[in-house]
Ligand binder design. Sequence first.
Ligand code: SF4
Ligand code: SF4
Length: 428
Amino acid sequence: MENERLQRMRKTTRLHLAMEAEETLQRLEEFPERPAAMEYFYALFRRISNGDGLTSLAGEGKVIATMCMQVPQELILAVGAHPLRLCSGANAYDQVGAEFMPAKSCPVIRATLGMLKVNYSLWGDNLASIVIPTTCDQKKKACEQLTNMGYPVYSLEMPAGKDSDLARYYWQESVKQFAHDLEGLAGRRLTAAGLRGAIGKVGRAAALFRQLHRLRGNRPPLILGSDLFLVYNAYFFDDIERWSAAVEALTAELEERRQNGVRVTNRRAPRLLFTGSPPIFPNFKVPVLVELSGGIIVADESCSSTRLLSDAVAYDEAALNDMVPAVADRYLKPCTCPCLTPNGDRLRKLVTMAGELEVDGVVYQAFSGCLPYEMERQQVNEVLSERGIPMLYVETDYSPEDSGQLSTRVEAFIESIKARKRRKVRTK
Ligand code: SF4
Ligand code: SF4
């Protein structure tokens, strides 16, 4: 009986997910002047939003599923497993999660747990573990809920801050233990050669990412910010070499556009920085509204995008006892998640990015139920207003119901930036 109910729920949810994904993709495809190399990413998301979703991507090998962005990918790749970040952006799964999760929980956690509930039997024996770093309270508590559902869960302990030697030491020890435990989970030894190779793969992806980031900031803009969220989201689960090849093709095309003066939007479109709770496909509601209203997202500070790959691993000797701590450092030192306290680094990064990319304003998204981002709002607003940078704060979730009201606020914000720019030109 329970199985029948689950089967029905899976069927309805899949249908809902496919429609939701298609709607987002079609909205992206309606923008003019999209780079041809984006087709790879549209096709990838169409494929995973139909059929068996993420399970079809992993192939035959062991899957180490993860949440958040602090689980060292290099270690997972080094033991021959496929890393797969589960954080979900689907309203279809959010609705499933809402049936058993507290109403005040955030949509990321509700949707992710909803997805895991519906797809339980699909994951099978290939799923060696779901690794959840102890970031925000909701992610921490998800460990218990998933264990109760029958999933193999690994809680990766993170310190609450990153500035002290003790925090760094604690994290390095935690990652060393994880490296050791991974061997058992994946059924393969971690070797120096394997880890060096994996660091090389992630390093190549990070180098391409930095190239893309530079092109993204070009004047005039060469690509939509919403398209780039799709590219970075694909890194959650795609094969890293396939992803790198697709990004290489995209950067080559953008470079060509730059030389030929092809632009994706009006030269005077307000340049915006996006920050806060992560845009995860198919929930691109706010970024798409921003770009439909005439703004262009030229940078972001988010865990589903720019934070993923900005830094590379730096080690002195290619020995495991040197490389593993270096890998650990890459995931803590540059981390600006709001679960860390103090988190002054996030403020510094935002201010630096806003200056370097000459942004006209900041859009701050906070998901209802995401207290860490809601609480950092005030500090971010203060540092930005000191520098005369306007900020739009939007509290939202995955449902389409607030789209009309959001659209009015986003349009008003963009109009106010345009008016401000016109005034500046007149007074020059
Ligand atoms: S911002 Fe939140 S969801 Fe994103 S990695 Fe950090 S703790 Fe996880
Ligand atoms: S940091 Fe916020 S958005 Fe991310 S899982 Fe935690 S509560 Fe949700």
